[in-house]
Design a protein around this ligand. Structure first.
Ligand code: GAL
Length: 430
């Protein structure tokens, strides 16, 4: 029996442990029975992610198009991407889907996607979107994906109250991190909030490796697959530093998702979390104030580097005129200044349109934009290897696996992990 996507979607939504925050305004005008819904597959299921996406749903409704949510949460998109593959390959793709990084080209070359030039005017996009990001979005010079934001991955979040109570200072280097973590632990608090999911561990490792390897060697190792750097001393030190952090995490970290991990800082239960700036969305959704309830700073030792992560949507080919009109409306809305502002304020990221003024944003976002522009000029802008930007699907999954096994099993030596890590990064080249 063919399963109805509508039914499946409702079941997934009902089964979701995440509730839509009560503060969200209702979506206007219930859809008329004749109107088709544009089905959108994505992985945004945390409180702040739901709120950010709500801006888009609401704007779509006001332009007369109706939204059919297909949210597959978990593992920073891994589950959603697997679901998408199954649906598309079985001939039942959604109308729009969240895809990012090198995977956009794979989908684009497979012929499933609508070139955006057929839907919207993209002439100005080259002047609005940074070239490094635009490259991901085009196949044969044509846009096939529309970007929403720029997230910075190499960030550290801190609870200032726990720092004060422990007599610790905010860390700007890895050495300072360990001094602070020791003090916080001695004062009886969890120093490092971490959820033991492979992607969260890899997010932490990415920040450590950026600091230990520096930009050039990080690029050589992870983005260019240079075997000497991949198996060298600095990689050894990155791994041992990574494992050294485990002693500062709490016993309940296995399986905890990222937003529940950020909640530990919100609830004064843990002092620090290495996480991209989507974490800020959670602080804001919980009505917490920057520099009072939480502090955002570059991951220790990575002040000049910017590990970037851009979320984007693609549109699957369809002959249905109503759906095409809805795809067109969605592609246009995403780059509109008002939407860019509303969405990114809630999501924790900065607008992908660098021509937009961000004076209404918080200090963390302003610092992020400055860091992005500076990193772009100084060649310190790096595609995130823990968020599907720097590596392909095979390389990234293998890397997650190697890092997670090393972090959680003290019997695995750094030498052994380095051998597997080399194979993981080179897996994309097979
Ligand atoms: C990232 C994604 C972010 C955020 C995060 C956690 O990969 O780019 O937008 O949602 O996962 O779900």
């Amino acid at each position: 029996m063919k399963s109805s996507p509508l039914l499946l979607c409702c079941l997934l939504f009902l089964a979701s442990p995440f509730a839509t925050p009560a503060t969200l305004p209702p979506i206007e005008s219930p859809p008329s029975k004749k109107m088709k819904r544009i089905e959108v597959l994505h992985w945004w299921t945390s409180g702040s992610e739901i709120q950010a996406l709500h801006s888009l749903k609401q704007k779509m409704e006001t332009t007369g198009h109706h939204w059919q949510d297909f949210a597959v949460g978990g593992l920073a998109g891994e589950s959603a991407k697997n679901t998408l593959r199954i649906r598309a390959l079985s001939g039942n793709p959604p109308n729009a889907a969240q895809i990012k990084g090198p995977e956009i080209h794979l989908w684009g070359n497979s012929g499933f996607l609508t070139p955006l030039n057929d839907l919207v005017q993209t002439e100005d996009w080259d002047t609005q979107i940074p070239a490094k990001i635009a490259d991901y979005l085009k196949v044969k010079e044509e846009y096939i994906a529309v970007p929403l934001n720029v997230h910075r991955v190499n960030l550290l979040w801190a609870n200032p109250m726990l720092f004060t109570l422990s007599g610790a200072q905010l860390p700007h280097s890895l050495d300072e991190f360990f001094i602070a973590a020791e003090k916080i632990k001695k004062a009886g608090f969890t120093a490092l909030a971490l959820g033991n999911e492979p992607w969260q561990e890899a997010t932490l490792f990415e920040s450590i490796a950026l600091a230990v390897l520096g930009t050039d060697d990080f690029k050589k190792a992870f983005l260019l697959g240079d075997e000497t750097v991949l198996t060298g001393e600095k990689m050894h030190l990155s791994l041992t530093t990574f494992r050294r952090m485990k002693q500062y995490t709490d016993s309940k970290s296995p399986g905890r998702n990222w937003s529940a991990t950020t909640a530990l800082l919100i609830q004064q239960k843990a002092a620090m979390q290495f996480m991209g700036d989507w974490a800020k969305g959670e602080f804001i959704a919980a009505q917490k104030k920057e520099n009072i309830d939480f502090v955002c700073l570059p991951a220790p030792g990575t002040q000049h580097q910017f590990s970037f992560n851009t979320d984007s949507f693609v549109f699957f080919k369809t002959k249905d005129k109503q759906i095409r009109a809805a795809q067109k409306a969605m592609a246009n809305l995403i780059l509109e200044p008002e939407f860019q502002k509303e969405f990114n304020l809630r999501k924790g990221s900065i607008p992908v349109r660098m021509d937009l003024d961000i004076h209404a944003f918080d200090a963390c976002a302003k610092a992020s934009k400055q860091a992005f522009l500076h990193a772009a000029k100084t060649d310190n802008l790096l595609a995130s290897v823990s968020h599907s930007m720097g590596l392909g699907q095979a390389g990234q999954s293998a890397l997650f696996d190697v890092l997670s096994r090393f972090f959680n099993n003290d019997e695995i030596t750094p030498e052994e992990s380095i051998r597997h890590l080399r194979a993981a990064v080179l897996a994309d080249k097979l």
